[in-house]
Design a protein around this ligand. Structure first.
Ligand code: SF4
Length: 477
């Protein structure tokens, strides 16, 4: 998709997963609506698999949840249990084959949905190929599916218990066989995965906002290294790996999760507001009005405004449907640049000293154009305040960010970035400020895209191995 009409200049989201065992529920509809709530985690493809009369049926395709499913194909998925997936991937990896859930029936039939990225995917892939296992996709999720589907263990729980310690990287995964639905999370807990209760049955979802939408209560999160099984006998848990360094992605709090989701006991909207308050405390500025970059900067702008007493106003209006157009703008409209996404309001910003609040800057193209647009609309001064530290390093755990050299903060001081963006001043929230807002510490989180300190011991070794992906283009889920 063209940059100008791409949804935003930020990191690309990862994936969202859902799973439910509930013979007395409309599991296919619950899966549909749960995916609808998780749509922000991936807009490229969507899919649902269910078990009917002992067989797994899967519908998956490229597109948004409401584009992939209609009454007819959804009703065909009525059954006792279901799993679902929404995904984002980089351009070129968008083939239908990579849409999930992955379905395999080697020695055991299963469907699998995965959020994350395996850093030892290349070795596992080679090992499986040597064993004669064939692949239909280039997704690392199919590697997990193949390891489980070919596993000789009697039960799925045993197969997962054996495979889980061999996987390195980020994986919040749901798997379904004809007998049950299983969820497991990597021992570091990089990506979220929650357990919900609906009536006397249970379900899994990447974020609690999906549980809210389907009327399920949030029971707890899947513990890192744990396998949770749902079947006719109820729910069971087995802790497969214990004691690993916890490394929940701090960027989920800052950017990825929906504001109404709860992460580690914090309502995301509340954390983001708090980030805005701390940002004011750390980097105040003399200004007339606080303008959020909608919608990503809205909660932090609210916090910045509250703490500073500077009024907040909507100086930029966002076209909410911009991500859904596939029509290229052409030369004439291309000149309009970001106005396809945002339109400034001269009545709000004209003649004023404004503070613009956003949650992150990656390449800086969007920010640079917003600053120019606000100046064109008459702003006297434009001060940028970002409710995250500068992003300077790539993510190897399931988030598709630009390479380091494309990042505007890479190799630049804050003053140099401000000059690059042409703003009057620029300040970022400190890492300490982020952890204060989420009431936690670095020791249990990943913040590698800000610090370059990768919490998984094997990442350094894996980084080089990404080079192999050009020959074996594995895609992230
Ligand atoms: S590198 Fe950044 S985006 Fe990736 S898992 Fe760590 S904190 Fe999250």
């Amino acid at each position: 998709m063209d940059d100008l009409i791409d949804q935003r200049d930020g990191p690309r989201d990862e994936c969202g997963v859902f799973g439910i065992y509930g013979p007395e529920h409309d599991v296919h509809k619950l899966a549909y609506f749960a995916l609808y709530a998780l749509q922000h985690r991936g807009q490229e493809s969507a899919g649902i698999a269910s078990v009917q009369n002992g067989h797994i049926m899967t519908v998956r395709d490229l597109g948004l949840v409401n584009q992939v499913f209609n009454e007819q194909n959804l009703n065909a998925l009525a059954g006792d249990q279901a799993i679902g997936h929404v995904r984002y991937s980089t351009t070129g990896s968008s083939a239908w084959e990579n849409a999930q859930p992955v379905h395999r029936s080697d020695t055991r039939e299963l469907a699998l949905a995965h959020n994350g990225n395996l850093i030892n995917a290349v070795e596992l892939h080679s090992e499986l190929r040597e064993r004669g296992v064939a692949f239909r996709s280039t997704s690392d999720s199919e590697i997990i599916a193949a390891l489980l589907s070919t596993h000789p263990a009697q039960t799925m729980e045993e197969a997962i218990a054996d495979v889980l310690p061999r996987l390195q990287g980020a994986f919040s995964t749901v798997v379904m066989t004809r007998d049950g639905v299983y969820a497991f999370r990597d021992p570091h807990g990089l990506r979220p995965l929650s357990i919900g209760q609906i009536g006397d049955r249970f379900c899994f979802a990447s974020e609690t906002c999906a549980l809210d939408l389907i009327g399920a209560s949030h029971l707890r999160d899947v513990v890192p290294g744990e396998v949770v099984s749902l079947d006719a006998k109820g729910m069971r848990s087995r802790q497969v790996v214990e004691g690993a360094r916890q490394a929940f992605c701090v960027f989920e709090h800052i950017y990825f999760a929906r504001p109404d989701s709860k992460l580690e006991g914090n309502r995301t909207q509340v954390s983001r507001r708090k980030m805005g308050e701390i940002l004011w405390r750390e980097s105040p500025v003399d200004a007339d009005v606080v303008i959020p970059v909608p919608d990503s900067g809205s909660p932090a702008a609210a916090g910045y405004s509250k703490a500073s007493g500077i009024p907040r106003d909507d100086g930029l209006v966002k076209n909410r449907y911009v991500a859904r157009t596939f029509i290229q703008p052409g030369q004439e409209l291309r000149k309009q640049g970001l106005r396809l996404k945002f339109n400034p309001m001269p009545e709000v910003v004209g003649g004023k000293k404004i503070v613009v609040v956003d949650d992150s800057i990656v390449r800086g193209n969007t920010t640079r154009q917003i600053v120019a647009m606000l100046r064109d609309a008459g702003a006297a001064e434009v001060h940028m305040r970002i409710s995250a530290p500068p992003i300077r390093f790539p993510c190897h755990y399931g988030i598709d960010m630009s390479t380091s050299t494309e990042m505007v903060a890479h190799g630049r001081t804050i003053e140099e970035i401000a000059a690059e963006l042409n703003c009057d001043s620029l300040a970022y929230l400190s890492l300490e400020g982020v952890y204060e807002a989420i009431r936690s510490t670095r020791s249990t989180h990943c913040d590698a895209c800000f610090t370059g300190e990768y919490p998984l011991a094997d990442t350094d070794q894996a980084k080089g191995k990404f080079a192999l992906e050009s020959g074996l283009p594995l895609v992230r889920a």
